[in-house]
Design a protein around this ligand. Structure first.
Ligand code: FAD
Length: 505
């Protein structure tokens, strides 16, 4: 029986950055059996954004789904292990905390660890929350072992810091091996059906016309299809996240490898440090209303730990997202659909969610409005949750300076004010059924930014002070022992076959 909808036989992916090649590899491998013809168009003359090196643990699931061997991937992309993100100077100068890919402690006599810790902390009997998280203890000791391999007491996960260009190049090989056709050339016109408004083809500078049933916009900040062509409105979130520029530059490693990404608060923004095997990626994200370009650039260059690998490159952006990421026969994946600053390394993860949601709702038999609505709803949720979580880092600051004062005083999204109040009042945490940033993430940033619970679950009082102190001490010591038994990060890379063989730079 026909639904009257047009069957999807050909998919055209516009753009060959991380988003384009992740999409091409995933669709060709996961939907390979349904006979789709997939073409990817990219333009070497335009190039890619050329940043985006820190990931979240979910990328391991993506790699597994695509049959990618993790150690081989690490060796080919100069990847290091990432156990979390270290935030320096974010509450006030001198503060430091890690948002780990793991958990804190374990329940104490059936009471959630954070509730027991909140009471012990109020009694002056708890040590810093990070002492109860194995990935944090290991990260600061520069050590790593795969979860479970050393009989560790606490579960944890990990992600990678990698050369995104090498990752995309590898996915390009895999995708082309699975039948994706790569076309090189600049798109100069996008052609639409006069009646439906759907995109029917793209015209390349050399005159070639590429037709398709479904178009995936991976054209980066240019937003060629979803933005320029379909004029999908952009929802601007810069009143909450006003940073709008970045300088990025790699440098030689100054000696510290560290299995984590670092984000250090600066005068009107923050600076990232991403250690790869052969170099360190650095960047300064800032707001131009509070920091002149030249001064921001100098602040980055003079803080590098080793020789710069070129001139800093400037990037400009506006935080926000398109109101719909799936419109008509076009789905936007990657920067074309929206951007949230990379403070929590969420962009590649958003690409991955976009792809996996599309695979699940893939309109093989034709585009149904209900699927489109569901896709947009799921992606809205992802974007909004990440937005609130990022805003939390800024609002809960005790730093001096015009920028930080403005951030502290801004009106918050209502959804975020409630979360802050709940945590301060009774250590209550947002608990989502799915998606990014589960309770442990919120605990890290609340406490890291000096939002401390003033109340707790009354059952914590029933544990008794002596038993509480003994349990917390025991946990702290077991995590310290487990971390000390792990190999040094660099040694792990060497031993596990994950070492990068490429030229150093
Ligand atoms: P791009 O890399 O820009 O690719 C766009 C593609 O479209 C290119 O191939 C281009 O040639 C093609 N194209 C465009 N116009 C045309 C045309 N007319 N004809 C033909 N082809 C065309 N993400 C993380 O997950 N972690 C991070 O640590 C991180 N750090 C970041 C730091 C900064 C400062 C910025 C700005 C972003 C960061 N990101 C990070 C985001 C990450 O870089 C991107 O999500 C990722 O690289 C995907 O980009 P993209 O593929 O959407 O776009």
């Amino acid at each position: 029986m026909s639904s009257g909808r047009k069957q999807i036989d050909t998919v055209v992916i516009v753009g060959g950055g991380t988003a384009g090649w992740m999409t091409a590899a995933a669709i060709s491998r996961l939907l390979g059996g349904v006979g789709l013809a997939i073409t990817l168009v990219e333009s070497a003359a335009i190039g890619t954004v050329g940043v985006g090196e820190a990931t979240l643990p979910q990328i391991r699931t993506f790699n597994r789904m695509l049959g990618i061997d993790e150690r081989e991937m690490m060796a080919r992309t100069a990847a290091t292990i990432k156990l979390g993100i270290e935030f320096r100077d974010w509450g006030k100068p001198g503060d430091r905390y890690v948002h780990p890919f793991g958990t804190y402690g374990e329940p104490v006599e059936g009471v959630d660890f954070i509730q027991a810790w909140a009471l012990a902390n109020a009694l002056g009997k708890a040590s810093a929350i990070g002492d109860y998280s194995l990935p944090i203890v290991a990260a600061w000791a520069d050590r790593f072992a795969p979860p479970g391999e050393g009989g560790q007491q606490q579960p944890y996960d990990y992600a990678f810091q990698f050369d995104a260009g090498l990752y995309a190049a590898w996915l390009a090989e895999l995708a082309q091996g699975s039948g994706v056709v790569r076309r090189e050339g600049r798109i100069v016109e996008v052609i639409r059906d006069a009646e439906s408004g759907n995109i029917t083809s793209v015209l390349l500078e050399n005159g070639a016309v590429i037709e398709g049933d479904l178009f995936i916009d991976c054209s980066g900040f240019r937003s060629l299809l979803i933005g320029d062509t379909l004029e999908t409105p952009f929802e601007d979130w810069s009143h909450w996240l006003p940073c709008n520029r970045a300088f990025a530059v790699p440098c030689a490693n100054g000696g510290e490898h560290g299995p984590y990404t670092r984000a250090t608060a600066r005068e009107a923004g923050w600076q990232w440090r991403i250690p790869l095997q052969h170099r360190v990626g650095n960047g300064l994200v800032y707001c131009d209303a509070f920091w002149e370009d030249e001064a921001a650039r100098d602040a980055l260059v003079t803080s590098l730990e080793g020789e710069a690998g070129g001139e800093p490159r400037q990037l400009r952006f506006t935080t926000g997202r398109r109101r719909e990421l799936w419109r008509g026969n076009c789905v936007a994946i990657g920067l074309s659909g929206g951007f949230l600053e990379p403070l929590e390394s969420t962009s590649i993860d958003l690409i991955q969610s976009g792809i996996l949601n599309l695979v699940e709702l893939f309109p093989g038999a034709g585009i149904a409005e209900a699927d489109q609505r569901e896709y947009n709803r799921l992606m809205d949720l992802e974007f909004e949750r990440i937005r609130d979580f990022l805003v939390l880092h800024y609002v809960a600051n005790q730093r001096d300076g015009e920028f930080w004062t403005a951030m502290r005083e801004m009106p918050l999204p209502e959804s975020l004010s409630e979360k802050i109040d709940d945590f301060r009042r009774r250590a209550l945490l947002p608990d989502y059924a799915d998606g990014l940033f589960q309770p442990v993430s919120w605990i890290s940033v609340f406490l890291g930014q000096n939002i401390v619970p003033e109340g707790w679950d009354p059952r914590a009082e029933g544990i008794g002070e002596a038993a509480l102190v003994e349990t917390l001490d025991g946990l702290r010591q077991s995590y310290a022992r487990d971390a000390a038994a792990m190999p040094v990060h660099r040694e792990f890379l060497r031993m596990s076959g994950a070492q990068y063989a490429g030229a150093s730079s």
